[in-house]
Ligand binder design. Sequence first.
Ligand SMILES: Cc1cc2nc3c(=O)[nH]c(=O)nc-3n(C[C@H](O)[C@H](O)[C@H](O)COP(=O)(O)O)c2cc1C
Length: 364
Amino acid sequence: MTTYLTPFTFNNGVTIRNRYVMAPMTTYSANADDTVSDAEITYYRERSYGVGAVITACAYVIPNGKGFPGQISAHSDEYIPSLKRIADAIHDGGAKAILQIYHGGRQAVRELVPNGDVVSAIDSIAADGGVTRALTVEEIGEIVVAFGETTRRAIEAGFDGVEIHGANTYLLQQFFSGFTNKRTDRYGGSVEKRMTFLLEIIDSVNRAKVQYADDQFIIGYRFSPEEPEEDGITLDETVQLVDRLADEKLDYLHISLGDFRAEARRYSGEKENRIKILKRVIDGRVPFIGVGSIYSPEDAKEAMETGADLLALGRELLIEPHWVEKVAAGEPVSTEMDMSRDNEIPEPLMNMMKRNVGWVPGVK
Ligand SMILES: Cc1cc2nc3c(=O)[nH]c(=O)nc-3n(C[C@H](O)[C@H](O)[C@H](O)COP(=O)(O)O)c2cc1C
């Protein structure tokens, strides 16, 4: 590999035109019934001409998993036409379409879930300060099934793959973390037991693939490498997780980071770059997507030193929807949002960025 602009072939034989993917980004912009809005379709289509694949905003798989206002849903068959619109828009630009599938757990929005019943691994305090109820084993089984059912819907809608959202402190991470999982049944305890839930989800998603798709259907898994809390995830635990995931039926692993340069914080080994450490653990078994603060072609070049096989671009594709095409053509790219330019960003997403000034460079 000399640059991320060369084609990439997954272990299942699927080739994408280059090694850049659009990072999943929630847009807060669905219609009132949680179907995709026209503005989101325009936003996706605009960004699908350069990257090899687009990973969508996370879609919730069951009503009590809804984590954002304006989040797209994939929790029942009624949503297949909405999902199909997203897949079609992404295919218009020639990128592979990957649906990110999700449950918010204790981060769910109380007013948006049935009966305000926010659920997680344990009874605790939710992100909003209210109560979180521990899921029963039966309910855990329902969520596992829901991830499989959502995968079937993604297949029927024409998606090329799904990405299981195991990152960013949402439900799967809540089960993996010793901070948010103190269960004493088979879903809690040792690091291995805290993986039970996510491994069952991976199986469920694979069962749907075997039943409704073929080998070409891509299944990815996203994780966050560390948590700051006392009992939270350490990089040593993530090393164990990644080692296990690399042997699962997955087509890629995707780290979640704000900056690809980040070094290990809670790790018994040498505190070097997190992507580098995990890439060594994976040891070529499965492709690894790096991410975080890649704004310029120079950043991408520097990121290559981590060994990441593919790079995800998030905020930079908000700033420059045609970043990949421009970089391929040797044209300059902005690394700050030009507020006077129409970048086809849905209004609720733009408003969210304006409320969090500093989140996306140049947003005022
Ligand atoms: C507006 C916005 C929404 C996001 N939504 C999601 C999401 O739905 N799922 C996810 O896994 N990560 C989400 N992220 C994190 C990004 O995928 C990415 O990891 C992060 O922005 C760092 O990459 P970047 O520096 O290229 O933006 C979001 C980030 C932003 C800026």
